[in-house]
Design a protein around this ligand. Structure first.
Ligand code: ATP
Ligand code: MG
Length: 372
């Protein structure tokens, strides 16, 4: 029996909860030629939403989706290589004929085709010798798309990565190509919101006013609750609404943590799930991760650790430097707390959402609360 709570990748609409409004908005944007910046904190479901939406696009429109995750790229060369690979692999059937057609588009680079030893799946590789070749190839990819009669949607996941490339004018280069395309729209997705905001909303930046901003929120509690209920009951399991609420409370409805906890509960094969089972399982998850949590402690100063723990116990905090908070958790001075909070946000151990600061990893937050 397949575990209905997916914790990596995308397994189809059947295993996907809600996101109806969000995908409808993405659909309208793609149909009408508008680009979207999709941002949220980590592990909330951006990649899942893109995959879910691409399936809808394939079913309901003649727009062809292309997905690429540029996290592994480090410069314009690796970006161009991945873009070329993704575009050609996802918009055409890779055959000798296509390769020959593709080759005609490139003046300075020859794509190499290789076959997976196990599956026989063909894949494409673009390798560059000089940076001149890279810029030329990038232009040629966009020209190729422009000349194609079909419409495309290209979703670039972890888009903030381009801010770390060594090339200085990367945003300007990309923007100039992108604005020339009438048959291609984009989704730029990422979790480093401040970088994306900087890129897309600052007047002096190339991407200024090129896209709509879409801030992905948490999945609605009611909808998540009935999703969980259905997945358990369809598989002959019983769980009360009260206990589902308890799961959503412990995980703060943060998608990945909900999925993970439910996945482990499901795999326990208990027919009737009681609160005590949930507690035992959750506790085991926290203990399994303990090595990682201890390593965090070694990497932080004592002050940072104490502040992190206080925020975890408090379940988030609005004003970490308020005298109330300092007194409640016996913290030394407002300035040292602010310093620690800033550094912890920088390290992505804390995040800010609607003027409140939370621990990013909800299991870590629980561990800090019970064991830290
Ligand atoms: N609507 C959903 N219903 C069920 N599971 C989901 C949903 N959205 C995402 N997930 C699952 O939750 C986990 C986290 O989602 P995902 O990887 O899409 O988040 P993300 O925002 O892209 O995270 P990151 O910022 O780390 O890239 C994944 O395992 C995914 O399968
Ligand atoms: Mg993602």
């Amino acid at each position: 029996m397949k575990n209905p709570f997916i914790i990596s990748g995308y397994a189809g609409a059947e295993y996907f909860c809600d996101r109806e409004k969000e995908s409808e908005r993405l659909l309208q944007a793609a149909k009408n030629g508008r680009n979207i910046v999709l941002a949220s904190i980590r592990r909330l479901g951006k990649t899942g939403l893109i995959k879910f939406f691409h399936e809808i696009l394939k079913k309901e429109t003649d727009i062809i989706p292309v997905y690429l995750d540029i996290m592994p790229t480090v410069d314009l060369s690796s970006f161009t290589s991945l873009l070329a690979k993704s575009v050609f692999e996802q918009t055409s059937n890779i055959s000798i004929r296509t390769i020959n057609k593709i080759k005609k588009w490139f003046s300075s680079v020859t794509p190499v085709i290789s076959y997976d030893a196990f599956t026989g799946q063909p894949s494409l590789e673009f390798k560059f010798l000089s940076s001149g070749q890279v810029k030329q190839t990038l232009e040629e990819i966009f020209n190729y798309l422009k000349n194609d009669k079909r419409r495309f949607l290209i979703s670039i996941d972890e888009f903030q990565q381009i801010a770390f490339y060594p090339e200085k004018n990367i945003e300007a280069i990309l923007r100039s190509h992108i604005q020339n395309l009438n048959n291609v729209t984009f989704i730029f997705s990422g979790s480093k919101k401040h970088i994306l905001i900087e890129m897309f909303t600052k007047e002096n930046k190339p991407f200024f006013q090129s896209s709509e901003f879409m801030d992905l929120g948490f999945i609605d509690k009611e909808k998540y609750s009935s999703f969980i209920h259905n997945k358990f009951s369809l598989n002959g399991r019983t769980i009360s609404n009260e206990n589902i609420d308890y799961i959503l409370k412990q995980t703060r409805t943060h998608t990945y943590y909900v999925q993970f906890l439910c996945n482990v509960i499901f795999s326990s094969a208990k027919r009737v799930i009681q609160k005590n089972d949930i507690d035992l399982i959750l506790n085991q998850i926290l203990l399994n991760n303990e090595t990682i949590y201890h390593s965090y402690r070694n990497l932080l100063t004592k002050n940072q650790w104490i502040v992190l723990k206080a925020i975890a116990i408090n379940g988030g905090v609005e004003e970490p430097s308020s005298s109330n908070f300092l007194k409640k958790y016996n913290l030394s001075s407002p300035s040292s707390v602010i310093l620690a909070v800033n550094s912890l946000i920088d390290k992505e151990l804390l995040y800010e959402e609607n003027n409140k600061i939370y621990v990013s990893d909800q299991f870590f937050a629980l561990w800090l609360k019970y064991y830290g």
